[in-house]
Design a protein around this ligand. Structure first.
Ligand SMILES: [Zn+2]
Length: 189
């Protein structure tokens, strides 16, 4: 309990803060809700920049969203696949927008726990990037809310097995800012 008060008072601070503009936060949900159409997984890359804030803390600014559908992804309720021939396009967008892959977001049919496939296949193959993976419940149909969003941070690989930091539900809102005012390119179509 005392711990939560420290978070509320700002004495305890998150090691990373993922920042979205309000418009992007809403648009990403709307896009994924449409792409999932109530029955299949959907998602996309979060592109942006990372700002070191000192004391091991980082601010991650999301400045573009690249839906997997724009890369020709196909999906069902349980899986999603991007054709290998189109995977490299994400790097072209990164170069053009002068940003990098900082995370990803995808929908699940029900809860926001990572599946084994999610855990062992980070969308960014470079573990040093400390990729952040977000999961939206019920195919993104609920009103957008940070407390409903699964938040996981890739913290590295040991014996080729990926390990993740899971942000507990009651601390989710301290790790995502949905009212940032930085410049964003929005949704890439
Ligand atoms: Zn998943």
């Amino acid at each position: 309990m005392l711990d939560l008060i420290k978070w509320q008072l700002g004495i305890k601070k998150p090691s990373f803060l993922l920042c979205f503009t309000e418009l992007d936060w809403q648009d990403i949900h709307r896009t994924l809700r449409q792409h999932s159409a109530g029955g299949r997984e959907s998602g996309g890359y979060l592109l942006g920049t990372i700002k070191e804030m000192g004391r091991g803390r980082t601010q991650i600014l999301v400045s573009a969203f690249l839906p997997y559908r724009a890369l020709g992804a196909t999906s069902s309720a349980q899986w999603l696949q991007i054709p290998n021939t189109k995977k490299r396009r994400v790097y072209r967008h990164c170069r053009e927008l002068e940003c990098s892959i900082i995370g990803d977001i995808h929908t699940h049919p029900n809860g926001v726990e990572q599946s084994e496939i999610d855990k062992q296949n980070p969308m960014n193959p470079d573990p040093s990037r400390r990729h952040v993976a977000l999961i939206l419940p019920k195919f993104a149909t609920p009103q957008p809310a940070t407390r409903l969003t699964g938040i996981y941070r890739h913290v590295g690989r040991k014996n080729r097995v990926s390990t993740w930091q899971t942000i507990p539900r009651h601390l989710r809102r301290y790790h995502i800012n949905t009212r940032s005012t930085h410049h964003s390119h929005g949704i890439i179509t």
